[in-house]
Design a protein around this ligand. Structure first.
Ligand code: DC
Length: 218
């Protein structure tokens, strides 16, 4: 039997950083489900499919092939055979992914891929609906969150470190907009599973959060 850890939470709560660290410590595979929704969004942008046109998105997604491979322990997402890891972290893709991921057909296709990966391997999987929908029987469920201002501040520092000039208030607005959409959508909205442990990272550093979660796995 494989051991599955589900980590859900809003944008910027630190899910991927924490999930990666937990996976490394335990020798599990880290599955970043957001990257799959991002790859799908990139496809829609390239094909000029309006993310608001849910019928068109549903139709277009049928022919899209998204696969995951691990190279040097790192997850790579392939869109129709092309490694798109370097292309999916833009603000445009973030906003588009939040819109195209409301489409049921998009979710059905990606969820089954995610479930398949967790069946045979020990995984730490992060996203929005992992504990509620993708892995309802996960061995451990974490709902990771932090205040909007803390999340925006982290994102601001990250972008500044990359030499990008950004405004903190714009980032806050974008995070609020994305949270609102992710939490109020009809299909698999972001909610804390009843059996998930709430971890607020506003006043904790990465090591403290990792320690906390590792203790729960032991
Ligand atoms: O985690 P992320 O920021 O990379 O996710 C990008 C978008 O994809 C996010 O706004 C909502 C969507 N998403 C989702 O609907 N379900 C998931 N399991 C993961 C991401």
């Amino acid at each position: 039997m494989s051991y599955n850890v589900a980590i859900d939470g809003p944008a910027g709560a630190g899910k991927s950083t924490i999930a990666k660290r937990i996976a490394k410590e335990k020798g599990f595979i880290y599955v970043d489900t957001g990257a799959m929704y991002r790859a799908m969004a990139l496809h829609m942008l390239r094909e000029n499919v309006s993310p608001e046109d849910t019928a068109a998105v549903a139709e277009e997604c049928e022919g899209v092939d998204i696969t995951i491979r691990y190279e040097g322990g790192e997850q790579h997402v392939f869109l129709n055979g092309e490694d798109v890891n370097g292309l999916i972290r833009t603000e445009e893709v973030s906003q588009t992914a939040s819109k195209t991921s409301v489409v049921r057909r998009v979710r059905e296709r990606l969820v089954s891929l995610q479930q398949e990966m967790a069946r045979s391997q020990d995984v730490v999987m992060d996203g929005r609906d992992i504990g509620t929908k993708v892995l309802p029987d996960a061995d451990l469920k974490i709902f990771l969150t932090a205040s909007v201002s803390v999340r925006a501040g982290r994102r601001f520092d990250e972008l500044k470190a990359k030499g990008m000039s950004v405004s903190l208030s714009e980032i806050e607005d974008e995070i609020r907009e994305r949270d609102e959409r992710d939490m109020t959508r009809e299909e698999s909205p972001l909610v804390q599973a009843p059996d998930a442990v709430l971890v607020d990272t506003s006043d904790l550093n990465i090591d403290e959060v990792v320690e906390k979660i590792l203790a729960m796995i032991k």
